[in-house]
Design a protein around this ligand. Structure first.
Ligand code: GDP
Length: 373
């Protein structure tokens, strides 16, 4: 409103005493929303139903596959219920792939190698999904796998789908989400699945329980490289590959190969009947890549012939049922308000030596179970 008595074209500053000043007529403020855009609600992201997702996934629609995986990773109950329905409906179309787990310490060359393995897989006319399980996010809230540019060629390749690790939740929860994502990837026509994990000891069991072949990437060291590896991880491996066998590292890599071969001889023959092999290769210079994949193909043929392939997959399905139950029980228990209050009290009593850990545990369990009677 103009209170000066002058209209806006007669600003006092425009008088002759203010020579160097000139106040111009303002420009009307633009409306925030484009007036031509009458109905902008249709530009909002469409909410898809479970059937929309399934239809898209079965057609190989990567955008919908990706969104469905996001729903799997979400903790919102409404997302979870759609996700579970999508998984259920995709299940009959899943299973038709070769699932390979790859582990190795940070710096072993996992991303470089997966890029090379992956391009080899795509050249054979297959479709590849790379999923990851990063246990570091649980402990440090940071990730070892996720935060660098990885797999440069694969990330822009047409028949590859790369998905970083789900970041929220316990290792068990993260692994279960990856296990569920496999179903959707397979239904979308991905016939090769790589599950990558950091070789730091916690996540290998989870990965082992969702793959057909478990590959351990090692580096040639100073001769004592066997010391650093947990025996359990070596026992899980269906194949051990020594990376960076290039330049003047070749001799060391061959030496490491024989160390590993000797060590493997001491283990009993695995249930599969397949004696794990050790190979050397170079992910960076792409030497020996085909041979690594040939080993995996040989293994798959071997276990398909002797029935172990089916057996292992069935065992894994059972494992995931029990894992899911364990996880649900645990979160149900610890999210119970009475349990939370009682745990707090018990902690103090234990610290004051007024109660033993075992009696306290029994007491809290009783409260939880009595509530459900
Ligand atoms: P990740 O942490 O296991 O994923 O390992 P990266 O793939 O990021 O590799 C770690 C480092 O090792 C990088 O600097 C790579 O360039 C290097 N590297 C990976 N593969 C090879 C290889 O075959 N030969 C050599 N000489 N270096 C490699």
């Amino acid at each position: 409103m103009n209170t000066s008595g002058l209209d806006e074209h007669h600003h006092i500053e425009n008088g002759s005493e203010f020579e160097s000043l000139q106040v111009n007529k303002g420009v009307a403020e633009q409306p925030i929303v484009n007036p031509y855009l009458k109905d902008f609600s249709r530009f909002k992201r469409k909410t898809y139903t479970a059937s929309d997702f399934v239809e898209g996934i079965l057609k190989g629609d990567i955008a919908l596959l990706s969104q469905a995986v996001t729903l799997i990773e979400s903790i919102k109950p409404e997302h979870q219920s759609v996700a579970q329905e999508v998984i259920e409906k995709c299940l009959p179309y899943s299973g038709n792939s070769i699932r390979v787990g790859i582990t190795g310490v940070p710096g072993a060359g996992k991303s470089t190698s997966i890029d090379a393995f992956g391009m080899n897989i795509l050249n054979e006319g297959c479709k590849l999904a790379v999923l990851a399980i990063d246990p570091s996010s649980e402990v440090s809230k940071g990730s070892i796998l996720g935060d660098k540019t990885r797999m440069e060629r694969l990330s822009v390749a047409q028949n590859a789908f790369i998905r970083p690790s789900p970041s929220a939740g316990s290792l068990g929860g993260v692994a279960r989400k990856t296990r569920e994502s496999i179903v959707l990837c397979e239904a979308a026509g991905f016939d090769r699945i790589i599950i990558e994990t950091v070789g730091v000891g916690q996540s290998e069991t989870a990965v082992h329980s969702m793959v057909d072949f478990f590959l351990l990437i090692q580096l040639a060291g100073t001769g004592d490289e066997l010391q650093g590896i947990k025996r359990g991880i070596m026992e899980m491996a269906d194949g051990i590959v020594i990376n960076k066998a290039d330049g003047n590292n070749i001799d060391k890599a061959n030496l490491a190969k024989s160390h590993f071969e000797n060590a493997l001889h001491l283990f009993p023959l695995p249930e599969s009947g397949w004696a794990p092999k050790v190979l050397t290769y170079s992910g960076y210079y792409e030497l020996g890549i085909k041979e690594v994949w040939q080993m995996i193909d040989d293994y798959i043929r071997f276990v398909k012939d002797n029935g172990y392939f089916e057996y292992r997959r069935n065992e894994q399905s059972k494992y995931w049922m029990y894992e899911t139950i364990n996880e649900r029980l645990k979160s149900n228990f610890y999210n119970d308000e009475k349990v939370q209050a009682e745990l707090k009290k018990s902690e103090e009593l234990i610290l004051n030596s007024q109660l033993s850990s075992f009696v306290a545990a029994q007491h809290v369990m009783d409260i939880y179970l009595n509530e459900r009677k």
